[in-house]
Design a protein around this ligand. Structure first.
Ligand SMILES: Nc1ncnc2c1ncn2[C@@H]1O[C@H](COP(=O)(O)OP(=O)(O)OP(=O)(O)O)[C@@H](O)[C@H]1O
Length: 665
């Protein structure tokens, strides 16, 4: 990938980009979201790069928007669309829609947009979309109880790459392996040569480890699903709410997800819960069992009269026996009962299974003693046994769930992508519905006997970018082919008309629907839109503006040129001559141009060809306010506001003064 060739990417950036594998992959896929995750890239930059990449793929260098004002209109259009997305993914993805002269690109997006417009922007779907986002690779996993071992340096490096979650150790021989097995619960040996080696501990030989990552590190798949759980569930909800067919069974997916904790541990397994609780409670249970035994024995002793014959007692005293032997002689049954109660307590309170209960039985000795005490060593064995059981169970469950979830990884990725793409479609659908859009029709220029450019024809166009609410916008009909002047009363809507034309042309060339009842237009090569200049230019600025227009009249054919009141750049007389000259040059090419001007008469006089003039007319004055017909009238020089006022006064006054004034217009 040659990043230098992408518009907007400098040499230094290109150099650092060329080192990013992820970015390259994302570029190839045109996936802005993935691209934005590449280290060192901001989202804006990522979007720009992806846009550039797509343009390049379509052989378009992005030159369609030829002026600042044209780019501004595109940005405004984009904002209207982006405001109608729910996810950040869709917001960024919309930036890959841009106006172009490339027919194939326009066709591609038109196909997408036509499907999108059919989509019902149901509020429940939009709600569900709120939780959807691009899936993130699992992060922050570190497994300490398992390690990989190899004797091969190359394998060592490969394993370190493939399993960043595990320690990878170099071992020379069986002795090294045995040593490792003492420090880790499980050692996975990567070399075939270790297959026959007999080492104590949990040592597995898996030369194929890299091919079964979920088997070696089930934590990876679990963390991926745990960390993306909210997004996955939301994507499943979107599919249901929108009635879309999901690529996997949603009930089993949801079921698998409920078996996962936020940190990727498996929950909801009775046996694992039992073992975990037993490990946690074993010390407390032993103490309680001890108390149970002592209470039991104390009560028994208290309740019993001990009778002992004098000779026996004497012999005991002479032997120096302590009370223990008295206990074993006289209270054997009571002691046995107390110990049995202690054992029962251990077994019951920890819900021990028979094998575990066997060890638990030995925690309390059969040899009578008072007070009764548990055997620390045996208790520790019980603890170790329970812990080992718990860990074995946990790993097995992890492996099983990881296997279930791994099988779901691809369908889930597809499901999330589909949900995110739906958001893009819904944004287009909402845009089209809210602004009463239709798909524009492209017609060929120079055909139908007209010879010249086909230009554009808009029927009932309403701009969502007007400074009045969309509902209050008057529909505008306007069509131009060739070079035309647009005249009209002050504040009649001339600038708004140019804006509407630019908006429609930008959307149409982006393959998107347009806010009008019907639009026909040719496929323009470029859009040049010059906004009204803020007052008279100084000599330097005037010169540079003239240079711009020099380039304009020398550029590609089939352009659309929109210019707002160019006359204000210098004094009226000179302006009219300059505009006339530019119009002549544009007329010689197949250019469609609309020049808004108050100097239509003067320009026409200065031009060496019959320039068409359209006019936005005031149909009258109502309470001192102009009533305007927003649709320009073809081949009609609109009367100016002063003329209308003089005309009004002439009607009210009989002196003849205003009549004579009116004749001067
Ligand atoms: N189609 C429309 N529907 C409703 N309101 C409109 C429409 N077009 C223009 N307007 C209103 O008229 C105002 C003036 O429009 P605009 O600035 O386009 O006129 P103009 O003819 O370019 O004015 P000027 O002669 O000062 O350059 C707009 O701010 C807008 O509020």
């Amino acid at each position: 990938m040659e990043f230098e060739a992408i518009p907007g990417v400098g040499e230094k950036t290109a150099q650092s980009l060329s080192e990013l594998d992820d970015a390259e992959r994302a570029l190839a896929a045109g996936d802005v979201a993935a691209l934005a995750r590449a280290p060192g890239l901001t989202e804006g930059r990522a979007a720009a790069i992806a846009r550039g990449a797509i343009r390049r793929r379509h052989g378009d260098d992005g030159g369609f928007l030829a002026t600042d004002r044209a780019r501004e209109v595109y940005r405004d259009v984009l904002s209207l669309l982006r405001e109608r997305t729910v996810t950040t993914y869709a917001e960024k993805r919309l930036e890959t829609f841009f106006p172009t002269a490339s027919q194939s690109r326009i066709e591609e997006v038109r196909g997408f947009a036509e499907t999108a417009m059919e989509r019902d922007p149901d509020p429940t779907v939009l709600d569900a979309l709120d939780g959807v986002g691009s899936l993130e690779p699992a992060s922050g996993i570190r497994v300490r109880e398992r390690c990989l071992a190899t004797a091969d340096a190359e394998r060592y490096a490969a394993a370190k790459d493939a399993f960043p979650e595990l320690s990878v150790e170099v071992v020379e021989d069986a002795r090294g392996l045995a040593e490792l097995a003492r420090s880790y619960a499980t050692v996975v040996a990567l070399d075939e040569e270790f297959a026959g080696v007999d080492v104590e501990g949990d040592v597995r030989v898996r030369p194929d480890a890299e091919e079964h990552p979920d088997d070696i590190v089930p934590e990876r798949a679990l963390a991926f699903f745990a960390q993306n759980r909210g997004r996955i569930r939301a994507a499943a909800d979107v599919h249901e709410a929108a009635g879309m067919e999901a690529p996997c069974d949603l009930d089993s997916l949801r079921d698998a997800l409920t078996r996962l904790d936020d940190d990727g541990t498996v929950v909801g397994d009775e046996e694992l819960d039992r073992l975990t609780n037993a490990v946690d409670d074993v010390d407390a249970a032993a103490s309680t069992a001890e108390s149970v035994a002592n209470d039991h024995l104390r009560d028994a002793i208290r309740e019993r009269d001990v009778t002992i014959e004098g000779t026996d007692f004497l012999s005991l005293v002479e032997q120096g026996a302590r009370v223990d032997s008295l206990l074993s002689r006289e209270l054997e049954d009571q002691y046995a009962g107390a110990v049995a109660a202690a054992r029962d307590h251990l077994v019951e309170s920890l819900s021990l299974r028979p094998e575990e209960a066997d060890i638990a039985a030995r925690v309390f000795s059969d040899d009578p003693s008072f007070p009764v005490g548990y055997d620390e060593e045996t208790l520790s064995r019980l603890r170790t046994e329970l812990k080992a059981g718990r860990d074995r169970r946990a790993v097995r469950l992890k492996r099983e769930l990881a296997a279930d979830l791994s099988a779901l990884r691809d369908p889930v990725t597809e499901m999330v992508t589909d949900a995110l793409e739906l958001d893009v479609e819904l944004a287009v659908s909402r845009f089209a519905r809210e602004f009463d859009c239709t798909m524009p029709e492209f017609v060929d220029g120079g055909e139908g006997g007209r010879g010249g450019p086909a230009g554009f024809e808009i029927e009932a166009g309403r701009s969502p970018l007007l400074d009045v609410p969309f509902e209050a916008a008057d529909p505008v009909d306007y069509g131009v082919s060739g070079v035309t002047l647009l005249s009209g009363v002050n504040s009649g809507g001339k600038t708004s008309t140019l804006d509407l034309v630019a908006l429609v042309v930008v959307l149409a060339h982006a393959g998107l629907p347009v806010p009008a009842d019907r639009v026909e237009l040719e496929r323009f090569s470029e859009l040049h839109y010059y906004a009204k200049s803020q007052g008279t230019l100084d000599a330097g600025a005037f010169e540079s503006t003239l240079r711009d227009f020099r380039e304009l009249v020398d550029g590609e054919t089939n352009r659309l040129v929109l210019v707002d009141e160019l006359e204000s750049i210098t004094e009226p007389g000179a302006s009219a001559k300059i505009i006339a000259g530019i119009l002549e040059a544009l007329d010689d090419q197949s250019t469609t141009a609309v020049f808004v001007s108050h100097l239509a008469d003067e320009i026409r006089e200065a031009a060496g060809f019959p320039v068409a003039v359209d006019g936005i007319e005031a149909v009258g004055l109502e309470n001192g306010e102009l009533v305007v017909n927003r649709s320009p009238v073809k081949n009609h020089l609109a009367r100016s506001t002063p003329e209308l006022i003089v005309e009004k006064l002439a009607g009210e006054d009989t002196s003849g003064f205003y009549d004579r004034l009116l004749e001067k217009f």
